[in-house]
Write a protein that binds this ligand. Structure first.
Ligand code: 13P
Ligand code: SF4
Length: 301
C-alpha cells in the first residue's frame, strides 16, 4: 500500500488533521487537510476539532498550534525543522532589547519562540502585520525578530516609528536588488511578487509585497499572465501547479528554506503511527504566549 494511503487511513483512525505550510515539499499537499500561510494555519489550528494535529511546517508553527490548542496532541514530522530567524532572539536578548527602549509596545512576528511570545504584547504574521500594528494606535513600537518585516510595516504606516531587532531570514535575504533588476530585464512582462521578509530595496523594486497566501491570491486574481516570485520555492511550485495557464519564474533557484524541506511523507507517516515528536510547551509560558497570539487573532477575525 502506498504511504499516502496509509497516512490517510491513520488520519481517519486517529481523528487527526495535517496542516501544511506552502513552503513544504509539494507532495505533502496530497495528504494535507489545510495548506496555507502561517496565519491561515494558526486559524485552522484554533478551529479544528481533531484530537491530533500533524504540523508540516517549522517548530514555531507547531508550538503556536500547541499554545492555541493545549488539549490536542501536536506533532512535528521532523524535529530538525527549526526556523533560523526565530532562533535569532531568545528571552535574554528580548529583555535586553526592551530595557533599551522602555515603555514601548512590543510586537513579535509569529516566527519566534513561545518564550519570546510570552513577553511581547501582541503577535503578527506577515499577512496581518500592518493591520495589527495599526490597531495599536501607538506612535512607536518595538518589532522583532525580523528587521525587514518591521521596516516594511513602518514604510506602509504613516506616523508609526518602528524600532526593529536585527533578525532576518537567511533564505529571503539571499534575494538582492540585482536579482530584481535582472528579472525585470529577462521577463519585462512579468510582475514581481515579493515576501516582506526580503530586503527593503527588493521590496521597493517589486510590484507587489505580501505574505505567502497574499502572493498566491494576487497571482491568481491578476489579469497578468507572467510573474517573478521573490519568495520561497514552494510558493512558485504551487502557483505553477494551480495556475497552469500562467507562467511563473522563481527569482533564483536557491530560494529554498532548508528547514521547511526537512519534513517528508515518511516522517508524517512515522509521527502519526508512533505518536513521536510531540510538541510540549510549559504551561506558564503557554498561557502568557496565548495572550499575544489571541490578541492578534482577535484583530484578524
Ligand atoms: P507566511 O506568514 O507568509 O506564511 O511566512 C512564514 C515564513 O516563515 C516566511 O518565511
Ligand atoms: Fe524561518 Fe526563513 Fe525558513 Fe521562514 S523561510 S521558516 S523565516 S528560516
Amino acid at each position: 500500500m502506498q504511504i499516502r494511503d496509509e497516512i490517510l487511513r491513520l488520519k481517519k483512525e486517529k481523528n487527526a488533521v495535517i496542516l501544511a505550510h506552502c513552503y513544504q515539499n509539494i507532495e505533502i499537499d496530497e495528504v494535507a487537510d489545510f495548506v496555507g500561510d502561517s496565519l491561515y494555519l494558526s486559524q485552522m489550528a484554533a478551529k479544528t476539532d481533531a484530537d491530533i494535529i500533524v504540523f508540516a511546517g517549522v517548530y514555531f508553527m507547531a508550538q503556536t498550534a500547541k499554545i492555541i490548542s493545549p488539549n490536542k496532541k501536536i506533532f512535528l514530522p521532523n524535529m530538525n525543522s527549526g526556523c533560523l530567524m526565530a532562533d535569532m532572539v531568545d528571552l535574554n536578548q528580548l529583555r535586553d532589547f526592551k530595557s533599551k527602549h522602555k515603555n514601548i509596545p512590543v510586537v513579535c512576528y509569529i516566527n519566534s519562540t513561545a518564550e519570546v511570545k510570552s513577553e511581547c504584547d501582541i503577535c503578527v504574521t506577515s499577512s496581518n502585520a500592518i493591520k495589527v500594528v495599526k490597531s495599536l494606535n501607538a506612535p512607536e513600537i518595538l518589532f522583532l525578530p525580523d528587521t525587514y518585516l518591521g521596516k516594511y510595516v513602518e514604510s506602509q504606516l504613516k506616523n508609526v516609528k518602528v524600532t526593529t531587532y536585527p533578525g532576518f531570514c537567511p533564505t529571503h535575504i539571499k534575494i538582492t536588488e540585482d536579482d530584481v533588476k535582472k528579472a525585470r530585464e529577462n521577463h519585462p512582462n512579468a510582475l514581481i511578487l515579493t515576501h516582506p521578509e526580503c530586503h527593503k530595496n527588493v521590496c521597493e523594486l517589486s510590484d507587489f509585497v505580501g505574505s505567502t497566501s497574499q502572493i498566491i491570491k494576487y497571482a491568481g486574481e491578476s489579469t497578468n499572465n507572467e510573474f517573478v516570485i521573490a519568495t520561497e520555492k514552494g510558493v512558485a511550485e504551487r502557483l505553477k501547479r494551480d495556475f497552469p495557464q500562467k507562467t511563473f519564474y522563481l527569482i533564483k533557484d536557491d530560494i529554498v528554506c532548508p528547514n521547511m524541506k526537512c519534513n517528508t511523507l515518511d516522517d508524517i507517516y512515522n509521527v502519526l503511527k508512533n505518536e513521536i515528536n510531540e510538541i510540549m510547551v510549559d504551561e506558564n509560558i503557554s498561557k502568557k504566549a496565548l495572550k499575544s497570539i489571541s490578541k492578534m487573532l482577535e484583530v484578524c477575525k
